[in-house]
Design a binder for this molecule. Structure first.
Ligand SMILES: Cc1cc2nc3c(=O)[nH]c(=O)nc-3n(C[C@H](O)[C@H](O)[C@H](O)COP(=O)(O)O)c2cc1C
Length: 216
């Protein structure tokens, strides 16, 4: 067991942190998706996946996962809004974890290997409790903060929620306006960057939906 703790990774009680949960499906094919992670006691971790998500299905069958710690917007983007083209790119990002039957993302800053202890179903979202099996830090290089990081990740959350609220026009408009707000910020602090490109793609996805096309 690692000498580092959840608090060393910045976790505090009763606060939602974002990370990427990676799992295998029943055929041992890797999957990854951003999820909010919480701890109430600094020992167990909790996530609330939609029961329609692949992550939820994989947790039901495999009973373990890796929580990949990262603040890289590109990783959030590629794992949240997966489409057919991305699958090839993403499959190269995985390697097997050490102590649980789950994949981990090679480019994460730290890994928390976890085992499911309980799954509660509540309407459209489940509550999954994990025991921590091991914590493995990888990178310690400090990263400079750019406001676009935060704005892009917030926008990706809103875009994935648009997928969930497809039938609720008012909610879609509300979420679209938030994405547009963050787009303005990203254009200002990171024009012509990978971040502004992700924002363009986010807005295009939303427009495609409005034109009744499929959102990936
Ligand atoms: C930062 C961030 C946090 C998210 N948190 C959750 C969450 O807590 N629960 C959830 O079901 N979806 C969450 N999502 C959306 C899922 O990542 C998204 O729907 C994804 O496509 C699910 O993939 P899967 O079907 O492979 O599990 C989040 C997205 C982002 C960008």
């Amino acid at each position: 067991m690692s000498k580092i703790s959840l608090s060393d990774l910045g976790f505090i009680k009763n606060c939602i942190f974002e990370a990427i949960v990676s799992t295998y499906n029943i055929k041992n094919l890797p999957n990854a998706a951003p999820m909010g992670i919480k701890t109430n006691d600094m020992r167990k971790l909790i996530i609330k996946p939609y029961i329609t998500s692949q992550t939820y299905r994989n947790l039901l069958s495999q009973k373990c996962a890796v929580i990949n710690i990262t603040s890289d917007p590109l990783i959030y983007y590629k794992t949240a809004l997966k489409n057919i083209d991305d699958c090839d790119v993403i499959s190269d990002w995985f390697e097997k974890a050490d102590q649980v039957n789950a994949p981990k993302l090679k480019n994460a800053d730290a890994y928390i290997e976890v085992r499911v202890t309980k799954i509660e179903n509540k309407k459209d979202r489940a509550k999954v409790l994990f025991d921590v099996v091991d914590i493995i830090p990888v990178k310690i290089t400090p990263k400079a903060y750019c406001r676009a990081n935060f704005a892009v990740i917030e926008s990706i959350i809103h875009v994935t929620r648009i997928k969930v609220f497809l039938k609720n026009r008012r909610k879609i408009e509300e979420l679209t306006n938030l994405v547009k707000y963050y787009d303005t910020l990203v254009k200002r602090v990171a024009p012509h960057s990978i971040y502004s490109k992700i924002m363009e793609e986010n807005l295009k996805r939303i427009e495609d939906w409005k034109a009744n096309k499929r959102i990936n």
